[in-house]
Design a protein around this ligand. Structure first.
Ligand SMILES: [Zn+2]
Length: 272
């Protein structure tokens, strides 16, 4: 049951027939795991917290750097040098003390994800590297958790929801990681800061819809955003029956560390 304060705090949600008091209770009971407290994670975490998503797990091993503040709005100038998960936890508490934050100051690995992910209802991918992304893709299929994907680079962004068997997984779109050095990172190629807000909020929107069970989630559709032309395009992709993780005869049935290491995988992670 909602308290008097919660009825006021969430009144604009409660007014919506698609949410109402019952929907707000679903949000308060939901447990969402965010991988990365960078640009995408900042936007997603702040709005999920404001919306009253009751438990947010945040995983990121990095500390706040001056160069992050152009887009990572959950952190502020006095937070430079602090662990991002601690800075994010403080910001969320200021915004909405209803939200319980579990901070994991570590990189997502084949060791810790099997321990942590099963505790959550779904995972939001706010990371910036392919090793983590393929790990999360496979873990989400193995542990049957919806996976809310987002990615940004320069002026372009992507978002999707992967929820096999209702739709494809990330590997159905992109079978294997690109060879090292082919796909540059934001650190190498730059990113328009506001794009992390745009895509992070699409991820937050999809997360809330999945929790409430309303609308048409981005399942089976890859949303591509071109910020310069301001165009939103959607590509439809079906689940592939020969997919190595969500296909009919999967070859990937558990997480093995050696499958998720790239030559640069010790470099800075979860920073997008
Ligand atoms: Zn697949």
């Amino acid at each position: 049951m909602l308290t008097d304060q919660q009825v006021v705090r969430y009144s604009r949600h409660i007014l919506l027939p698609e949410v109402g008091g019952k929907g707000q209770e679903k949000l308060l009971n939901a447990k969402v795991l965010l991988i990365g407290a960078g640009g995408l994670g900042s936007a997603a975490a702040l709005y999920l917290a404001a919306a009253g998503v009751g438990t947010l797990g945040i995983m990121d091993a990095d500390t706040v750097d001056l160069s992050n503040l152009q887009r990572q709005v959950i952190h502020a100038t006095p937070d430079i040098g602090k662990l991002k998960v601690e800075s994010a936890k403080e910001s969320i508490f200021q915004l909405n003390p209803d939200v319980f934050v579990l901070a994991y100051p570590e990189h997502a690995t084949a060791d810790n994800v099997p321990r942590i992910l099963p505790e959550y209802d779904l995972v939001v991918d706010c990371c910036d590297n392919f090793a983590t992304r393929y790990l999360l893709c496979d873990a989400a299929v193995i542990y049957e958790k919806p996976y809310v994907y987002g990615s940004i680079l320069r002026f372009d962004g992507q978002a999707a929801v992967f929820k096999p068997p209702a739709g494809p997984c990330y590997r159905c779109f992109f079978h294997e990681p690109p060879p090292a050095g082919v796909a540059p990172s934001c650190q190498e190629a730059g990113v328009l800061g506001v794009l992390s807000g745009l895509i992070g909020l699409i991820q937050a929107t999809e997360t809330i819809k999945l929790i409430l069970g309303v609308g048409e989630p981005l399942i089976g559709r890859l949303l591509m955003v071109d910020a310069l032309g301001l165009e939103f395009m959607t590509a439809r992709v079906k689940r592939k029956i020969n997919c190595p993780v969500c296909g009919n005869n999967p070859s990937i049935t558990d997480l093995r560390a050696e499958n998720y290491c790239q030559p640069n995988c010790d470099a800075k992670q979860e920073d997008q």
